[in-house]
Ligand binder design. Structure first.
Ligand code: ZN
Length: 326
């Protein structure tokens, strides 16, 4: 399977690079076979190629892509959409632009429940929103940070929209909150992920495939294409951001250890789309296994959420104290 992620190209007025309003939409073009390629609404047009629509308009496949598509079973391309960017969320906290702005991203939402505890019906999207709010409350209590949430309701956002909001607000740190799941109901513990082309281990690769599956294009579920979507190419321009992301991950592992039951090692690497902002240090926190009754119960409880929030706030405080000392 071959995957390619193209950048949204167009320079904005004044020659400045501005991909904010030019949301990338991932489109999957599959050729026949496979027979069960993708569900509607895109009906096969010519023999083999799926029709791709962006904003309801047919998006022709570039000749080069079409050639590659014929040579491979499927190909993933990014198409710049003309859809307007979604509205910016409110920023809470001190009315001082010098204060660091933390963007908290509650994973999943809307028609994407995320992981589900089969016994109790607990849904990742509900837990992540509660934890995101708890982190916001704890951050605001310090009076030092400005805070925004990518979502503050049960709403669906594609992964690019999540980090795009952080970029448009000029966030200094992006923290995506999730809850893990595993077939083994005994699997427990929190972990911290930063971006890498190469997953640190098989579990990290599995997690990236699952989390990246959240993206849906115009009702077309990409879940069958997760391995292609998770194959991300990383720019050299992201190296500095990745270094700072890793620095925050290490601080979180250390400062949060007494409050958050981390796995060992807690810091892992994976090609997670939601962490792909080129210029915002970004970390994904898997707060625990929702598939495990004890972990799930903990991260659903107000007390458990408060401990996670306090651990995160300690780490953020240390991280920015260091940054200002540099
Ligand atoms: Zn998740």
């Amino acid at each position: 399977m071959l995957a390619s992620t193209a950048k949204s190209g167009g320079p904005a007025a004044g020659g400045q690079r501005n991909i904010g309003p030019m949301l990338l939409l991932l489109a999957v073009i599959a050729i026949a076979p496979p027979a069960a390629a993708l569900p509607s609404p895109a009906a096969p047009r010519a023999a083999g190629l799926m029709d791709v629509r962006v904003d309801g308009r047919a998006a022709p496949l570039p000749a080069r892509m079409a050639r590659r598509a014929r040579q491979t079973h499927s190909i993933t391309v990014a198409i710049p959409a003309s859809a307007p960017a979604i509205g910016l969320p409110p920023v809470a906290g001190p009315d001082n632009p010098d204060r660091p702005l933390i963007m908290i991203d509650a994973g999943h939402g809307g028609h994407d429940p995320g992981a589900v505890n089969a016994t109790h019906g607990w849904r990742e999207k509900d837990v992540t929103l509660s934890i995101a709010r708890a982190i916001r409350t704890a951050l605001l209590r310090t009076g030092r940070f400005r805070v925004a949430l990518t979502r503050n309701e049960d709403a669906y956002l594609i992964l690019q929209e999540r980090y795009d909001l952080a970029r448009r607000l000029g966030a200094d740190l992006f923290l995506s909150v999730h809850a893990d799941a595993a077939a083994n109901p005994d699997a427990r513990g929190a972990s911290i992920y930063t971006l890498s082309e190469v997953a640190s281990d098989r579990e990290a690769a599995r997690l990236a495939a699952r989390e990246n599956r959240a993206d849906i294009l115009n009702g077309v579920n990409l879940s069958g294409q997760s391995s292609a979507v998770s194959n991300i190419l990383i720019d050299l321009t992201q190296r500095d951001t990745m270094g700072r992301s890793s620095q925050f991950a290490r601080i979180l592992e250390r400062e949060g250890a007494s409050l958050i039951p981390f796995q060992k090692p807690a810091h892992r690497f994976a090609s997670l789309i939601v962490l792909k902002s080129p210029d915002t240090p970004s970390v994904l926190l898997e707060t625990g296994y929702i598939s495990n009754d004890e972990d799930g119960g903990l991260i659903r409880s107000a007390a458990g959420q408060r401990r996670i929030a306090d651990g995160v706030v300690r780490a953020i405080t240390v991280y920015f104290a260091r940054a200002s000392a540099d």
